[in-house]
Ligand binder design. Structure first.
Ligand code: HAM
Length: 428
């Protein structure tokens, strides 16, 4: 007996009804990103493992335990399914010299892979809408990206209560973080007996990550740890103040969260997350920030940069909760056919109507006229068009309006084409 085949755990099929919502959201996101001059970039979903290790950092949850890495036995390369796309976009920008004539605004959409424990809003294959502004070193770029996300919430019809809330922090400059790190190490060393095993290990390698511990027994120790904002130098303070002023001027609400550290090592100065309480535990819909040293660290000429990514599954769950979008557009006509010769006439007529730019669904023609009519109604189409044996012989079609007033009528195909053309012009 063959075993039942199913999708890989944590990786989802999107069936037509859901995929149609995705298409709507994808279209809106692309529209908003393009409004700001972002241009698309598509990179492979597999990269050399070193691309991610170098960018994200060796002592991060992603690199330590969440990457789908494998050895390509044919040529002995260490490869990884991308867990995020900032590293790959920076790799591509350097490889193709994209910054040769100045800064670039880039955006992408696609699947990412992380071996996390699946639950609502957290998957092993998930999708991100992301943007990367490469070569931008001023807070106006951070502000513009935040404006763009705020505009997107509106474009997606998220009403009050469903709009995610913006949390902001500054991770400072490397020298600020070095001072903070020193203070943290000192603090945790003096409480070493209270550290769990993971944190003991991180004390030597990446003490900042101890702050991310979800272990409730560590909560109090972490709450009293020295906080980064106390160590920010003048440059970081001024940068943050300028950003906050820009947000205030534009009426964007935010909350400063000194504990926001993010799980990837490439950030400095601005970091932010948009969080909702409508999705349960996985409420971070969007995360990002500035990564001024990454381009250089990946082998390019120094170029400051800032970006963010939105989790598509979480965004779409939220849009559905908020019932922000209308239903996807229904066909203009549903074409029913039965009897000898009708199948061919119907196929041809559907093609002629599509030449006029109409959306026409052709019934598979395997059931009775009555059950085809039910499907026509369920499709949401304005009109059902019928070709039976008689119509087919006479070169005619029966038109039955499905919504509103209007009488059923049989007419020559040429008259239908002319009528549909007029209808379309009237509606334009
Ligand atoms: P991230 O915070 O790791 O940042 O991911 C961004 C967003 O992707 C999260 O806020 C969440 O909505 C979604 N996400 C992450 N993991 C999962 C998962 N397992 N299942 C479902 N959704 C998930 C980055 O990836 C950075 N590359 C963002 C960035 C771009 N920073 C600068 N430029």
């Amino acid at each position: 007996m063959s075993t039942k085949l199913s999708a890989v755990k944590g990786m989802n099929d999107l069936l037509p009804e859901q995929a149609e919502v995705w298409e709507q959201v994808e279209a809106k996101v692309g529209e908003v990103f393009r409004q700001y001059g972002y241009r698309p970039i598509r990179t492979p979903i597999v990269e050399s493992t070193s691309v991610f290790v170098r960018a994200i950092g060796e002592v991060t949850d992603i690199v330590e335990k969440e990457m789908y890495s494998f050895n390509d036995a044919l040529n002995g390369e260490a490869l990884t399914l991308r867990p995020e796309n900032t590293a790959a976009v920076v790799r591509a920008a350097i490889e193709h010299n994209l910054l040769y004539d100045g800064p670039r605004r880039l955006w992408y959409f696609g699947p990412m892979f992380r071996h996390e424990r699946p639950q609502k809003g957290r998957y092993r294959q998930f999708h991100q809408f992301g943007v990367e502004a490469l070569g931008f070193d001023q807070p106006e770029a951070d502000a513009e990206q935040i404006f763009m996300v705020a505009r997107l919430w509106k474009a997606l019809g998220l009403r009050d209560g469903f709009v995610p809330k913006l949390q902001l922090n500054s991770l400072g400059m490397p020298q600020d973080r070095a001072l903070h790190r020193e203070a943290l190490v000192h603090y945790f060393q003096s409480h070493q007996s209270r550290l769990d095993e993971d944190s003991q290990r991180r004390l030597g390698s990446n003490p900042l990550r101890i702050l991310d511990s979800k272990n409730p027994e560590m909560a109090e120790l972490i709450a009293n740890a020295p906080q980064l904002p106390e160590f920010l130098g003048d440059q970081a303070r001024e940068f943050q103040q300028r950003l906050l002023n820009l947000l205030n001027e534009q009426g964007i609400a935010f909350e400063l969260n000194p504990r926001l550290v993010r799980g990837l090592d490439y950030y400095n100065l601005t970091v932010f997350e948009w969080v909702t309480d409508r999705l349960g535990a996985q409420g971070t819909v969007c995360g990002g920030g500035r990564y001024d040293s990454l381009v250089e660290r990946m082998g390019g000429k120094p170029a400051a940069a800032t970006g963010f990514a939105i989790g598509a599954e979480r965004l779409i769950l939220l849009v559905q909760e908020a019932q922000g979008l209308g239903s996807p557009s229904a066909p203009d006509a549903y074409l029913i056919h039965f009897g000898k010769g009708a199948r061919e006439s119907a196929l041809k007529l559907a093609e002629q109507l599509r030449d006029q730019g109409l959306k026409v669904v052709l019934d598979p023609g395997q059931t009775s006229a009555k059950s085809q009519m039910k499907k026509a109604d369920a499709s949401g189409a304005d009109l059902a068009l019928l070709i039976g044996e008689d119509e087919s012989l006479a070169g005619e079609v029966t038109v039955k309006p499905l919504r509103g007033q209007g009488q059923q009528a049989t007419m020559p195909l040429s008259q239908l084409l002319a009528t549909m053309d007029r209808r379309k012009q009237d509606n334009a």
